[in-house]
Write a protein that binds this ligand. Structure first.
Ligand SMILES: [Ca+2]
Length: 258
């Protein structure tokens, strides 16, 4: 177990961004366990009046006007009020957080055969030949899909959502914010990895939303190992980061599967 924890710790460090955003902490600033100044105080940073102390920002999370940082003295993860310092210029949080789903142009028809990515995936994933809505064969009407997240079999295409395994919101916050429109479109419609887009029950997809494995796991526990394996691979393939919470949850489940 100890060796697993060491691997986990090393892996988490590996996932931290190389170009991490720095928070310049002003003197006499308290670091808290939660994004709340009434929670347990983890540390107090005693900078001087003339110089600030650099702390590494963790992920891109901001809650109640608090940022998550690595406490310089102890290496612990804590929260600091954004008024206690400033982000180093260049990667302002406001730029990162501006997620607009429409900038990830999804369900294009890349090969011009009138079937959009959504319908291409429905055709790919159906266990039987699909029926189309009409003779143009542009839109799928019915088939037989086994939703890996619930284990349910679904026959009506209208009950299926095509899930981005790593949701667009998570993708954006973990690196996609820096992508060109072309790369966003490629990601949003990517079919070369058959686990990247998944045919799932619409209500389950809505439960997942933009959440990572720290906040959502499929109701079908038999799929958990494959789920985090896919999550890790896709994050790596696309150069996406993980928050510490996300990495902890993902690798904990992954190591239990080995
Ligand atoms: Ca097409």
């Amino acid at each position: 177990m100890a060796s697993r924890l060491i691997v986990l710790a090393v892996t988490c460090l590996w996932w931290l961004p190389a170009d991490a955003i720095i928070f310049e902490v002003r003197r006499n600033s308290n670091i808290f366990e939660e994004p709340d100044s009434s929670s347990t105080q983890l540390d107090r940073i005693e900078a001087t009046t003339s110089s600030t102390i650099d702390a590494q920002l963790v992920g891109f999370e901001q809650e109640n006007d608090f940022y998550r940082i690595i406490v310089p003295d102890t290496g612990e993860i804590g929260w600091i009020h954004k008024g206690r310092g400033r982000l180093r210029a260049g990667e302002a949080r406001d730029t990162v957080s501006a997620f607009d789903r429409n900038t990830y142009n999804h369900w294009i028809d890349a090969d011009g055969d009138c079937q959009t990515t959504r319908h291409e995936v429905l055709i790919r994933d159906s266990q039987i030949g699909v029926d189309f809505r009409d003779s143009s064969e542009c839109k799928v009407d019915s088939g037989a899909w086994i939703d890996p997240y619930t284990g349910n079999t679904i026959t009506d295409a209208r009950d299926i959502d095509i899930d981005h395994m790593v949701p667009l919101l998570n993708t954006h916050m973990s690196g996609g914010w820096n992508w060109t429109p072309e790369r966003r479109e490629e990601y949003a419609n990517f079919m070369d990895d058959s686990d990247h887009l998944v045919s799932v029950l619409d209500s389950e997809n809505q439960a997942k939303g933009g959440k990572g494995p720290d906040e959502y796991m499929p109701t079908n526990e038999d799929f958990h190992c494959e789920y985090v394996e896919n999550w890790i691979r896709i994050k790596r393939d696309w150069g996406l980061r993980m928050t510490v919470n996300e990495a902890e949850a993902t690798f904990r489940i992954h190591f239990d599967c080995l």
